[in-house]
Design a protein around this ligand. Structure first.
Ligand code: PGA
Length: 254
């Protein structure tokens, strides 16, 4: 059985501590049957303490959906990497397209990555093109996002890096509209090549590359078998245990 990684990005779908706790507890109970699957859940800030409590002493990791670029001091409404660590977070999703759309630039993404790495947490760096055109410009776009985030990054941050490839046009749809496994595979090979150029082969081979964008029970098996990915970053289908569990099972068997 291959080792797999899956992260549930709850976005604003899970709203209450009651729902978050029930989900986390139910998932915990299923982990024994998924020995090769590493699972992370990324709740909203307001749910972190409830989820941390529900996941105490479990193998499931808790993450955050975002982080401040600032280290400390007077920044109203911001949450620093250090504060997230205190709350029990072990990874942070950085550079998600929904946050880039709110104005987080490549420079901001880079600064956030450094803060997360400095706090000793894992960065889950999201990259992905807005659209696919026949000329293949999306490859250049992905390369630019990766290199701007990674060049010059310190070893501590790099040693824990996870990359999530999420084509923006495929996010939030259904399995039918999602990216096809062979296209995913082609892009994952390309991302690995860029990582090799930036980090060297040995380091690049260690970086898990996830796919995200309309992963559901219907397409999970095919993507894991043919897409060349280490696992998934799942949005809407991770918000309910009934839609999340079948994806975990597909990962276990894939
Ligand atoms: P989706 O979201 O699974 O709802 O497409 C994925 C993501 O944005 O991380």
């Amino acid at each position: 059985m291959k080792k797999r990684l899956i992260i549930g990005n709850w976005k604003m779908y899970v709203e209450t501590p009651q729902k978050a706790t029930a989900f986390a507890k139910e998932l915990r109970a299923k982990m024994r049957s998924l020995p090769n699957v590493e699972v992370g859940l990324a709740p909203s800030y307001t749910l972190l303490s409830a989820v941390a409590e529900a996941l105490k002493r479990s193998t499931i990791k808790m993450g955050a959906q975002g982080v401040s670029r600032y280290h400390a001091d007077a920044h109203t409404g911001e949450v620093s990497a250090k504060m997230l660590k205190e709350a029990g977070v072990s990874f942070v999703i950085v550079g998600h397209s929904e946050r880039r759309a709110l104005g987080e630039t490549e420079e901001v993404v880079r600064t956030q990555m450094m803060e997360v790495g400095e706090a000793g947490l894992t960065v889950v760096l999201c990259v992905g093109e807005k659209e696919r055109d026949a000329s293949g410009d999306y490859f250049t776009f992905i390369k630019q996002q990766l290199t701007s985030a990674l060049v010059g990054l310190n070893k501590k941050t790099l040693s824990k890096l996870v990359v999530a490839y999420e084509p923006v046009w495929a996010i939030g749809k259904t399995a039918v509209d999602a990216m096809k496994p062979h296209e995913i595979q082609e892009t994952i090979i390309y991302i690995r090549k860029v990582l090799t150029e930036v980090q060297g082969r040995e380091q690049a081979l260690k970086i898990p590359i996830l796919y995200g964008g309309s992963v559901e029970a219907e397409n999970a098996s095919a993507i894991i078998k043919e897409g060349g990915v280490s696992g998934f970053l799942v949005g809407h289908a991770s918000a309910n245990i009934e839609t999340f569990l079948p994806i975990l099972k597909a990962l276990k068997n894939g």
